[in-house]
Design a protein around this ligand. Structure first.
Ligand code: ZN
Length: 283
């Protein structure tokens, strides 16, 4: 299933995209798509619905983040060997874990706002993993059974805040609008192997990132198992799993960063596409 949340910010309704690509409303079936709806039992109930009986939604409403009530937004750094190289950083021996503020989460096509004083805002297409069942000290073998589904994420990053301002990366990762998620939450039954998905990102129509999740250093199963040794993963938690090469910071001869008016488009095979216009800072 492709689950969505559509409508104005803060007022999104639950829905799904049917086999013909039609958006159908789920409001009469569930209150929302969030931690309480993501268990295997909850998703199985939705999978049994006769989708052609659900009301079709007219027009092209805004898409929100397909999961409401995200409590943790966890990110993995330098998870593709060639991206570590372009960042002039060694290949990590263990996954690099950092947090994106949940306040940065937004819909897949909402504008990305340059933070106040930003000179080095950058893009990162990433495979997102949404947890469906609590995970504590899970084995790698059992890890994927804790996944509700997968989604496309742009891990927008301010490199000066991230790297040149001291301490952890978090300062450059959680600015408002830096977490576009969606358009769909694709349930895990439709993604039998998360380690062979093509991914791409364009800026103003020019291809910047081309990758495939098969070149991850640490697999999705490894990441879930690893993170669950340090914190409990709860239903609705989102993990963004790192980016392939082609970020602005790594461009030769000179880095390229986002400026007002740029348009970023990105997608992952089977998980849908995003489009963000870059806008100036405003309080
Ligand atoms: Zn990232």
């Amino acid at each position: 299933m492709k689950l969505v949340r559509y409508g104005n910010p803060g007022k999104e309704k639950p829905g799904l995209i049917d086999a013909n690509g039609v958006l159908r409303d789920l409001s009469a079936v569930i209150k929302d798509i969030g931690p309480d709806q993501l268990s295997d039992a909850g998703l199985a109930k939705l999978a049994k619905l006769k989708t052609d009986k659900l009301p079709a939604v007219k027009g092209k409403p805004r898409m929100g983040c397909p999961v409401n009530g995200v409590r943790k937004f966890i990110a993995i750094g330098l998870n593709y060997a060639d991206h570590a190289a372009e960042s002039n950083l060694p290949i990590p021996k263990e996954p690099i874990v950092f947090m994106k503020a949940t306040s940065c989460i937004q819909g897949p096509n909402d504008p990305v706002m340059l933070p106040k004083g930003s000179k080095k805002s950058d893009w990162e297409v990433e495979l997102g993993v949404v947890i469906g069942k609590q995970a504590r000290y899970v084995s790698q073998k059992d890890a994927l059974s804790h996944v509700a589904g997968y989604c496309t994420i742009d891990d927008v990053s301010e490199r000066e805040f991230q790297i040149e301002r001291g301490g952890t990366w978090d300062k450059g990762k959680g600015c408002d609008t830096f977490g576009p998620i969606g358009p769909w939450l694709v349930t895990r039954d439709e993604v039998p192997n998360p380690q062979k998905l093509d991914m791409w990102l364009d800026v103003n129509g020019k291809r910047m990132q081309t990758g495939n999740t098969k070149t991850m250093i640490f697999s999705v199963a490894k990441i879930i198992s690893y993170v669950s040794q340090f914190m409990t993963l709860e239903p609705g938690d989102v993990i963004t799993t790192g980016t392939p090469p082609g970020v602005g910071m790594g461009m030769k001869p000179d880095a390229i960063y986002l400026k007002k008016g740029d348009v970023v488009t990105l997608g992952i095979e089977g998980l849908g596409e995003q489009r963000q216009e870059v806008v100036a800072f405003k309080l």
